[in-house]
Design a protein around this ligand. Structure first.
Ligand SMILES: NC(=O)c1ccc[n+]([C@@H]2O[C@H](COP(=O)([O-])OP(=O)(O)OC[C@H]3O[C@@H](n4cnc5c(N)ncnc54)[C@H](OP(=O)(O)O)[C@@H]3O)[C@@H](O)[C@H]2O)c1
Length: 237
């Protein structure tokens, strides 16, 4: 049976999730792409020979429904890409941020991945080589010279702190999964042109940005777990 991949947050053809799905599909994986809006994801899947399903990562019942579908259809999960994310509060300030915005950002960027990993853990354990990739950001790094917590010109306080917490989740799960075949890592794709006009600000092509995600999704059995990477190279926390 082919390896099965689940990618969350795939509603746009310019997004990292869709390109990750396309590259993994080209490598021979069976790829399930998911989004809140079934119409959007169905359209994308049809164009690229992928499977479309509904998933809202802020809803436990939505996740549980998808787990049941995977159990029946595939009986396992080989690769989970926690790509769904957002709440990029460019130019924000921690001192004036609306706390509802912060709560919603955590609900999506941290708890979304946490719920999904928890719910799919037993199906990942059925894989010969389970891999989890948490799509993080240099904004959640303390020391990244351009995007890091103390250096980011745009500040993005809520976004950065959720990605910092997501990296913590990676470390905790790596510790708990140490005796299993599952590897989990955080990956920063770099600044990627997933929205029109961002190339002019220095964003790189999506095809380049997803390479590190695909690398972490396809790690060999002696590959790392519990790390933070960009383009397959270690990033400082
Ligand atoms: N682009 C960059 O430069 C960059 C850099 C570092 C990290 N990242 C990370 O990369 C990931 C993908 O970002 P992107 O740039 O490709 O932008 P994007 O296309 O906007 O990706 C975010 C996706 O998350 C989905 N989403 C939002 N709420 C959701 C929910 N409750 N359940 C499921 N899906 C939900 C969105 O779908 P809806 O249409 O339903 O809202 C969208 O498809 C994010 O985690 C982002 O933080 C991006």
């Amino acid at each position: 049976m082919k390896k099965i991949v689940l990618v969350t947050g795939v509603s746009r053809n310019m997004g990292l999730g869709f390109e990750t799905a396309r590259q993994l599909s080209a490598l021979g994986y069976t790829v399930v792409i998911t989004a809140r809006d079934i119409d959007k994801v169905t359209l994308l899947a049809a164009d690229a020979g992928l499977i479309a399903k509904t998933l809202d990562v802020t809803s436990e019942s939505s996740i549980d429904k998808l787990v049941s579908q995977f159990s029946e259809q595939f009986g396992k999960l080989d690769v989970l890409i926690n790509n769904a994310g957002g709440f990029f509060d460019q130019g924000g300030a921690a001192a004036s941020t609306d706390m509802t915005f912060v709560k919603d950002a955590f609900d999506l960027n941290v708890l979304g991945a946490w719920r999904t990993i928890k719910a799919f853990k037993s199906l990942l354990e059925k894989s010969e080589s389970g891999r989890i990739v948490n799509v993080s950001s240099g904004a959640g790094s303390f020391t990244d010279p351009v995007f890091g917590m103390a250096n980011h010109a745009g500040n993005v306080p809520a976004y950065a702190i959720t990605k910092l917490a997501l990296n913590g989740l990676t470390v905790k799960f790596a510790k708990e999964l140490k005796e299993t075949k599952i590897k989990i890592n955080s990956v920063c794709p770099g600044f990627v042109a997933t929205y029109p006009g961002t190339e002019a600000w220095g964003a790189r092509p999506v095809t380049e940005g997803v390479k590190g995600i695909v690398w972490a999704a396809t790690l060999p059995d002696d590959g790392p777990s519990g790390g933070f990477f960009r383009d397959g190279k270690s990033l400082n926390w």
